[in-house]
Each structure stands twice: as structure tokens, then as C-alpha cells.
Design a protein. Structure first.
Length: 98
């Protein structure tokens, strides 16, 4: 079955893919976890956000979370987690700026 002909104007107004970037690696990893694991990751993120370090090295950091996830078979960098926490990854891009 052939598709109906498309005019140049229609073709130029229709993107070949979604203008919104796909979710970042951290979000994709988290989405692949079961509910209990997702809840544990959310708690870990809360610990990272609330660890003020009080003049010492942080106990809970994106490096810590990246190490834990990688040791469990989820290869991810601290920088990827940090971008997600700062909401500067593809998860928070609407595509309207493109």
C-alpha cells in the first residue's frame, strides 16, 4: 500500500523524529528498575540533595551513587547523575528551543 503523496510544504512541516530529546541515561536506568529499587534511588537522590557536608567531604554524592549503581551493573557516571539533578539533561528539555 503506497502512502499518499506529500507536498514539499507538508514534508517541511513534519519532523522526521520527535523534537524532544529522549530521557537521559540516568532516567532510562531508573525506569528499568523495579518499584522498590526506584524508591531506593529516589531516597538516595534525597540524601544527595540534603547532604550539606558541613565543611567536610559529602557522605552522599553523585560519585557515591554512580559507584553504587555501577557496582550493581548499571554503568553510569557521576556527571550524568549531576546533570539530571540540576535538570540540565534531556529529561527537562521540551524541544521548543530547537
Amino acid at each position: 500500500m503506497d502512502a499518499p503523496p506529500v507536498t514539499l510544504v507538508e514534508a517541511l512541516e513534519t519532523p522526521l523524529r520527535s523534537p524532544r530529546p529522549r530521557d537521559c541515561l540516568f532516567a532510562r536506568v531508573k525506569d528499568g528498575l523495579n518499584e522498590e529499587e526506584q524508591e531506593a534511588v529516589n531516597k538516595a537522590l534525597d540524601k544527595i540533595r540534603s547532604d550539606l557536608n558541613n565543611g567536610q567531604r559529602k557522605v552522599y554524592s553523585t560519585s557515591w551513587l554512580a559507584t553504587v549503581l555501577t557496582s550493581q551493573g548499571y554503568s553510569i557516571s557521576a556527571a550524568t547523575i549531576q546533570r539530571h539533578l540540576r535538570e540540565s539533561c534531556g529529561c527537562y528539555t521540551t524541544g521548543e528551543d530547537l
